[in-house]
Every structure is written in C-alpha cells, then in structure tokens.
Design a protein around this ligand. Structure first.
Ligand SMILES: Cc1ncc(COP(=O)(O)O)c(C=O)c1O
Length: 501
C-alpha cells in the first residue's frame, strides 16, 4: 500500500454509508478508517459492517459516525510483528491500524504479510550445487579437504584473477591467518577501517595486537585516505608503525585503492584487503580482492554467494598461500606421523561445502546483476524523496550492491531512521542500520581513532543515519514492491511529522 492508497482509507464520521461503500470498493482493502477532524482514529469500518447496514435498510439514513461499533483494536508504532499477530489471533481479525502518539493512523498491518518475512540477504542457490554435493557424498569425500576444495580454489582464483587461494572455514579465519602471515604479533599495531563488521578486526585481538581505527570518506563509505595519512603520521611520531592495514570494501564496493595503496606503500606497510562483502565488484577495471598483499572473501549465508559458512584467503604469492594451508590444517609437517613445529588451526573448508561453493561461483555474475537491479528499482521508486541519499558509486567503481544502503538527510535523520526500521519490522521486513563503527564499540573503547576531518566523524554519521534494505538476488518483484510501499508510507509520515529536508 502506498501513501495515496493509505490516505484513501481515511474518511470522516459524517460520510454517508452510500459514499463509504463506493470508497471501500475503490480501495479494495475491505476496510476504512474513520478519523476525526484532527486525524485521530475513531473506528474502523469493514465491508461486512456496511453490508449488514444495507440489509438492515440503514444505507440511506445513517452516517459512519452513527453506526454501532466498539473501539478499534490498534497498536502503536513500537509494536512488533509478533505483538500484532498475537492481537490478531486474540481478536480474530486480519488487519490492525497503527497509531502515532496523537492517536492518528499512520499505517495498517495485514495478517497475510506477517507470514512472509522478507530477509535482508538470504542464500540463493543455483542449479549445480546439489550435483557437486552429491558427488562429494557418492565419492565419500566428506572430509575437510578433497577435490572440490582444490577445484573451488582454482576456479575462484581464475574468476577473480589472483594467483592462489586457500579455502577456509570462514572469512574471519581467513583474516586471522592473513594477519599471522603478515607477521602480526602480540603488542603490534594494526590499522583497520572502523566502519565494518566485527569479523574484520576480532582477529587483531586473537593475535594480541592493538587495532587503530580509520574513518570512512563520505563518497564511497570506505577508508578515508586523509584519515589514513594522519594515522600514519601519528604512528610514526609515537613509534607505533602498524604491521599491516586492513582495508575493508564495504557493502559490495571497493575502497579507493588508488589513493590508499600509495600511502601504505610509502610507509612500507602491507595491506590485507577485506573483500568479504565485495566478491564480484570491480575498481577501475580490476576485480576486488586483487589489491592487497593478501585478500579475504567470505561465503557466510548472507553474502552474495555462500557455502553456508566459509571463507577464502587469496594472494599472488604462492608461498603465503602455501603457509596458510599449513596453518589451517593444525600446522602439520609433511611427515607420515603427526609432526608439529608451530601452532596451527583447524580452519580448512570441508569438501562438501566447497561443492556448494563451486555451484555458487557459476552464478556469481548473475547474482551481481540481480543485486544491482534490486538497487536500481529502489533508486527509481524513491527518486523523488529528497531526504534519501544512496551509497555512492563514483566513476570507475562497479559495486555489486551486495546491500542497498542509503542515509537520510536532515536534523531528525537518526529518529526517522529508527522509525523507518520499526515500520518495516512490524511488517516482517528486515532492514538494518549501517554497521556500528568499531571505534564506537565497547569492545574497542580506548582504541585510537582517526576521523576523516576535524569535527567530521563520517562513519558515526553513516551509522546514525544509514539503513540497509532487503537486497537479496532472490528478492521477488512483489516482495520488493512490498518493501517500497511500506518505505514510502513511513518516509511520508516522516516528512509530515519532521518537516521536509
Ligand atoms: C567486512 C567483513 N569482514 C569479515 C567478515 C567475516 O566473515 P565470516 O562471517 O565468513 O567469518 C564479514 C562477514 O561476515 C564481513 O562483512
């Protein structure tokens, strides 16, 4: 239901039943909301109420306000989908209006929506995964390692255009091994993008090292070159030169590598590229994941392709990837007996999951096109909402739009974002705030942080005013229309109550 449809449901108590009948047929929802002159809800009137009044011969002599009825069952804006469903069950009704604090209807929830949750980003399998998995079963390769693992590594390397790859149990494990391979040790400093998922920097702590967080720049939301420069000057002055820099490519989009890499090169510090969210993206004609000394992909269930859980560490350096494979298999030495000279980890991907990965790899480019199409539909549908600012995609970048994200402009933006997400959630639509930056996480309190510019904490602002929308490549047009219409309604309510921006 869009805003115009919603407004068509609102009728005055003086409306005749004849007019109300026409209006209810026009709206096609079987329901009208009777409101007073201040817009406050007085009652709901259903198709059934009107038909019963007709049978009793009341059609020509009674107005809506004179119909017998009881006070409507309503919820307030903070109601959750489960509250709403419980009320519907209790009162045996299929729709419930949502009222603002003044008692004005701002939304209407239908039972049929509540059984069909729309996810932010759900797995989308192709047609070949099952055959690969069946092959693993048939040949009894149910172990970590096996032919699918080798093939998945080869196929991913060739698709991305990188020399070597090690398939691992998660992206986080890949970052952990990447840090170890770059020599990160207890007491070291590691620079990392602040605006990211915690999986980027938990491994810094696994190594006993200290993270230093770098802000984003406003255009791409990725690491700010200006902040990185300042962090290096500080590190030099304080004798805390980092062992490496973790540059994160956010929400399907590469960071500005042409600006960032020369800074790291200048100080002789290697880059670990966290491409967990950007498999399939390009930057100036090169694939994401080919810029760092090492790079990491994730195949977590919410990623553009998935193995249910898994990751990949890639590099052009065969020695680094060879060592990663050894670390990931408990650092086993090449001996018939079990010989170990250094600490190792159980981080290898299983042959069964690699089978899923091989199938998924075959549809990666299709998935990129589908996610980009999802983004374009949102952009077109909300093009005249001035307060919505989409995550940018500067010239030379090709984002996968893994997640469609936007920020709201205007002084009330944080409240409006909260209201929008609440509105979507009560319709069983999953939307999320943009990542809460690491420098704001209690886990990392006290860690040094370098802002994009003085008095300009970009990542904080993106977190406070940003929203990620359902973006799955398997999001149907109907589902996306549902998201868009609820978004429109909630955004219009924002415009009414907070003033346009
Ligand atoms: C930016 C980023 N880095 C690292 C990770 C960790 O990957 P995984 O969940 O596979 O451990 C994720 C996501 O899950 C991520 O989004």
């Amino acid at each position: 239901m869009n805003t115009a449809d919603f407004r068509a449901l609102l009728v005055a108590p003086g409306t005749s039943l004849q007019v109300a009948l026409k209006q209810i047929d026009l709206t096609g929802l079987g329901l009208l909301l009777v409101v007073d002159s201040d817009g406050r809800l007085l009652r709901t009137v259903t198709d059934g109420d009107l038909r019963r009044a007709r049978i009793r011969g009341l059609l020509d002599c009674v107005t809506l306000g004179e119909l017998p009825g009881r006070s409507p069952i309503v919820v307030h804006e903070d109601a959750t989908a489960s509250n709403v469903l419980a009320l519907m069950d209790e009162h045996q009704i299929d729709h419930i209006p949502v009222l603002d604090p003044a008692g004005r209807p701002v939304d209407l929830i239908f039972r049929r929506e509540l059984s069909q949750r729309i996810w932010l980003s759900s797995p989308h399998l192709g047609e070949e995964e099952t055959a690969f998995v069946e092959e693993a079963f048939r040949t009894n390769w149910i172990a970590p390692l096996g032919p699918h693992v080798d093939a998945f590594e080869r196929e991913l390397s060739s698709l991305v255009g990188v020399g070597h790859a090690a398939a691992l149990s998660s992206g986080t494990a890949a970052i952990h091994l990447g840090l170890l391979l770059l020599g990160v040790q207890s007491g070291d400093t590691v620079f990392c993008s602040s605006l990211t998922f915690v999986g980027s920097c938990n491994p810094v702590r696994y190594c006993g090292a200290q993270p230093v967080f770098i802000d984003s720049e406003p255009e791409t939301w990725n690491m700010s070159p200006a902040a990185l420069e300042r962090a290096f000057s500080w590190a030099k002055a304080h004798g805390r030169m980092p062992r490496c820099v973790i540059i994160v490519n956010l929400y399907g989009q590469s960071a500005d590598m042409d600006a960032l890499l020369p800074i790291c090169d200048h100080f002789g510090v290697p880059v670990l590229e966290d491409a967990a969210e950007s498999l399939g993206a390009q930057y100036k004609g090169r694939n994401s994941g080919t810029f760092g000394r090492l790079a990491v992909f994730s195949f977590n269930g919410n990623k553009i392709i998935t193995t249910s859980g898994g990751g990949m560490l890639v590099s052009d350096d065969p020695e680094l990837i060879g060592r990663a494979r050894k670390f990931a298999t408990q650092s086993r030495e090449p001996a018939r007996h079990y010989e170990h000279t250094e600490v190792g980890y159980n981080y290898r991907m299983s042959n069964v999951l690699a089978g899923i990965g091989r199938g998924q790899l075959r549809v990666l480019l299709e998935r990129v096109a589908q996610r980009r199409a999802v983004f374009e539909r949102y952009r077109a549908a909300l093009s005249e909402v001035a307060a919505v600012r989409w995550m940018g995609e500067p010239r030379g970048y090709c984002s996968t739009r893994w997640l469609t994200c936007f920020t709201l402009a205007g002084p009330e933006a944080p409240n409006r974002c909260e209201g929008l997400m609440r509105a979507l959630e009560r319709h069983q639509i999953e939307a999320r705030p943009v990542w809460k930056p690491m420098h704001l996480q209690p886990l990392f309190s006290g860690a040094p942080y370098f802002q994009h510019a003085e008095n300009h904490d970009v990542s904080r602002q993106l977190f406070e005013t940003g929203i990620c929308l359902p973006s799955g490549s398997n999001l149907s047009q109907d589902q996306q229309d549902r998201v868009i219409s609820h978004l429109r309604l909630a955004l219009d309510a924002g415009e009414v109550f907070f003033g346009s921006t």
